[in-house]
Design a protein around this ligand. Structure first.
Ligand SMILES: O=c1ccn([C@@H]2O[C@H](COP(=O)(O)O)[C@@H](O)[C@H]2O)c(=O)[nH]1
Length: 314
């Protein structure tokens, strides 16, 4: 029987002893200069050169982290900057990461009316039912719930059929996330209403697993909110961005976990992929060394914080 996304996550998290997700958010002026030189030589300073540079950089990051983490999370926006060449770099990165045994969360924050939501779900998940489409898919996708239940259902149907996962935005990590998410309507916050919807979807899709394919985004920068949302969505995996550059540390994310020591995937992008900028000399070896050390330190920080709270030994 095909394993669900949640089962694959739990299995890989235990195997790698890591709750970390490495965000692949490439920005052209932060790519190592030896990669940029090669890109310019081969393609010139143009979108094809940028796409080449992104893919070469991502492969290096993936090689550095694939033994230490279970999941990577490319953020589509960074790739869309370079049009078709950027999108090609995104999908090539997805394939490379999956070949290296990693699960891929596409951070695309999609959401639209049901017909368009179906097209989005087909783009990211469905590799079998459209022979015009390339046979490639991500393992999970972030979703914006602002359009309501009928906009979410196509994603839930497609993810369930494809054994993929979803992370629906509940409480985001940014400073002004409360502007809308904490508005009170009918006696509760908007984000609490979304959490209730996520939990309903989770209960409907639970199967034999303790965790549903329908998860939630809950920011690392709001430790108290994590505790509240953990109670509201006990069977959902949380994607927890905001670790590292946005300020959160290991001690700030422990509330996002369940008592089984699972349930939260802590995401960091810039603090990991640009760790190589500390190197005196930048080459493939030093990029690999600094990035690999940064992710090992993140694992250690999270696992230590968890062991102090619930005495879980990894
Ligand atoms: O609430 C959210 C949802 C998504 N993100 C995304 O995560 C990364 C964070 O990057 P860092 O460099 O680790 O700060 C980025 O892709 C965001 O779009 C988030 O930060 N908060």
């Amino acid at each position: 029987m095909t394993k669900t996304f949640a089962d694959r996550v739990c299995e890989q998290v235990k195997l790698k002893k890591s709750h970390a997700v490495v965000g692949l958010d490439p920005v052209i002026n932060r790519i190592p200069s030896f990669i940029l030189k090669e890109a310019e030589l081969q393609y010139g300073k143009n979108p094809n050169g940028a796409g080449y540079a992104f893919y070469e950089f991502n492969k290096m990051i993936i090689d550095a982290v694939c033994d230490k983490v279970a999941i990577v999370k490319p953020q589509l926006a960074y790739y869309e900057v370079y049009g078709a060449a950027g999108i090609k770099a995104f999908w090539n990165t997805v394939t490379y990461a999956q070949e290296k045994g990693l699960l891929v969360i596409a951070d695309a924050k999609r959401g639209d009316i049901d017909s368009t939501a179906t097209a989005y779900a087909t783009a990211f998940f469905d590799e079998l039912h459209n022979e015009w489409k390339e046979q490639i898919r991500v393992d999970s996708l972030t979703i914006n719930p602002y359009l309501g239940d009928d906009s979410l259902q196509p994603f839930i149907d497609s993810a369930t059929q494809s054994h993929a996962g979803l992370f629906i935005l509940v409480k985001t990590s940014n400073p002004r996330s409360g502007d809308i998410q904490e508005l009170v309507a009918n006696g509760r916050e908007v984000a609490e209403k979304v959490a209730e919807m996520v939990n309903d979807y989770a209960q409907q899709t639970l199967g034999d697993s303790a965790y549903s394919p329908v998860g939630a985004v809950v920011g690392a920068t709001y430790p108290e909110a994590q505790a509240k949302y953990r109670k509201l969505m006990p069977n959902s995996l949380f994607l927890v961005p905001g670790y590292g550059t946005q300020g959160a540390k290991g001690k700030d994310i422990v509330n996002a976990f369940n008592e089984d020591g699972l349930g939260a995937l802590i995401s960091a992008s810039r603090s990991i992929i640009y760790a190589y900028e500390q190197a005196d000399e930048v080459n493939r070896d030093s990029v690999m060394y600094y990035v690999s050390n940064a992710v090992a330190a993140m694992n250690e920080d999270i696992n230590t914080a968890l062991s102090e709270v619930n005495n879980l030994q990894w």
